[in-house]
Ligand binder design. Structure first.
Ligand code: ZN
Ligand code: ZN
Length: 421
């Protein structure tokens, strides 16, 4: 268990006098307040670096804060430590004979789960444990219609990557407003493969992280596999043998890990028995001849067994892979990274893969530090903005933790997003 200082709670009897001290005296900023009805307390938050101070005011005479003030006067009330898994932390403490005020977590300010440890077990300090409210929306499938095509956004679990690496040259002060980092500075990312169906074909674009790797690998990326592609396909009512086309945006492990599966006898084989796998030739060549910068992203077990099984169709150039679905090379992220346009009737959608992995990557300079050719990413993003101008386009964000897709809008050269519902 790792615990980080979240805030220090201070009981106050004269709020305006204490605010005068913290604000005018120390120059700290007040960041809003919240009533915690269950505790009959009003909490005022003051940020100070990565932690904060919480000024606690009683809102009723029988509030625990009112009782505290009567007994001990104003002053330090509690410290709050942030943990990743509050239930596990409570179980661990209980097993060590620590006296708990709350054996089960309850809802505190900002929708967080909280529980108190008794001061008698914590050397005279009232300690609160807190697990912040999850910013990750529960995973589920989403259906869309594009002309006569049926689209289903799937999921293959989540992982966490360094927020700085995900936003390249953008300062943390800006990106942390869009993607809340955890204690290790990582931000959550979902893998969202996409189904495209007409009456004849069932195509799967990318297939997520897959389940062939070691425990250590999944731990390194804090991968949550509890809701994976098998669940998503079942939820969508699609059997793996119905998929006849698998299309790769590129061959990084978070996109093609699910292309193959490990059989009980240890052999790695194609996961979709009736599918041809469409892979860009240039990407294939780069995946097989890695260098120090690209090696960690390409794992041969994800694609070599496809060649052995003879199920690869190489894409030589921008082209249609099935009626209404065409690939366009963008480069940038990798030299042969491609996005996928889905057009039917007057409707248009685009699967952006790692060109814009999340909705936060919409502005031009918000480009991943992982990209091999960031200037090419910039040009591709600018060309993309021109291509969708004055045209209602549904865009898919393959790694967004909460927004699988949105309509893209353009006003005076600036892109914006409109929710789908
Ligand atoms: Zn990638
Ligand atoms: Zn990716």
């Amino acid at each position: 268990m790792k615990a980080y200082l979240d805030h220090i709670g201070i009981a106050v009897s004269d709020l305006s006098a204490s605010l005068a001290f913290f604000r005018e005296g120390l120059g700290l900023e007040l960041h809003g307040s919240e009533d915690v009805v269950s505790q009959q307390v009003r909490a005022h938050f003051i940020h100070s670096g990565t932690s904060s101070l919480e000024l606690l005011e009683a809102t009723a005479p029988e509030s625990p804060i009112a009782r505290y003030l009567t007994k001990r006067g104003p002053g330090l009330h509690h410290i709050t430590l942030r943990v990743d898994d509050i239930r596990a932390a409570l179980a661990q403490l209980k097993a060590r004979g620590i006296r708990l005020i709350d054996e089960q977590p309850r809802l505190g300010a900002e929708q967080a789960q909280v529980a108190f440890i008794h001061p008698s077990s914590a050397h005279g300090v009232l300690v609160e444990l807190k697990q912040a409210a999850s910013t990750v929306a529960p995973l589920g499938i989403t259906r869309f219609t594009v002309g006569s095509l049926e689209l289903i956004s799937l999921y293959d679990g989540t992982l966490r990557l360094d927020g700085g690496a995900m936003f390249g040259v953008v300062p943390k002060a800006l990106w942390e407003k869009k993607a809340t980092p955890d204690e290790s500075n990582r931000i959550p990312m979902t893998m969202r493969p996409l189904i495209v169906r007409d009456g004849t074909h069932t195509m799967l674009i990318d297939a997520g992280l897959g389940d062939k790797e070691t425990e250590k690998f999944y731990r390194m990326y804090a991968a949550d596999r509890s809701k994976n592609l098998d669940h998503a396909l079942a939820e969508a009512g699609i059997a793996p043998d119905e998929i006849d086309i698998v299309l790769a945006s590129h061959l990084h492990f978070d996109h093609c890990g699910g292309f193959t599966t490990r059989r009980a006898d240890g052999k790695v084989v194609p996961r979709f028995p009736n599918a041809k796998y469409h892979i860009r030739r240039g990407e294939w060549n780069d995946a097989r001849q890695t260098h120090e910068r690209s090696r960690a992203s390409y794992m041969p077990d994800n694609f070599m067994p496809l060649a052995e099984a003879g199920v690869i169709e190489f894409i030589e150039d921008d082209m249609h892979v099935m009626p209404g679905v065409r690939v366009q090379r963008t480069g940038g992220h990798t030299a042969h990274h491609q996005i996928i346009w889905i057009e039917s009737g007057r409707d248009c959608a685009v699967f952006l893969a790692d060109l814009m992995p999340t909705s936060a990557h919409l502005p031009d300079p918000w480009i991943m530090g992982y990209d091999l050719y960031p200037m090419d990413t910039l040009f591709a993003k600018q060309a993309f903005a021109r291509a969708v101008a004055r045209r209602d386009t549904l865009v898919f964000f393959e790694h967004d933790p909460s927004v699988p897709a949105a309509f893209i809008t353009e006003q005076q050269g600036k892109l914006g997003l409109r929710p789908t519902t």
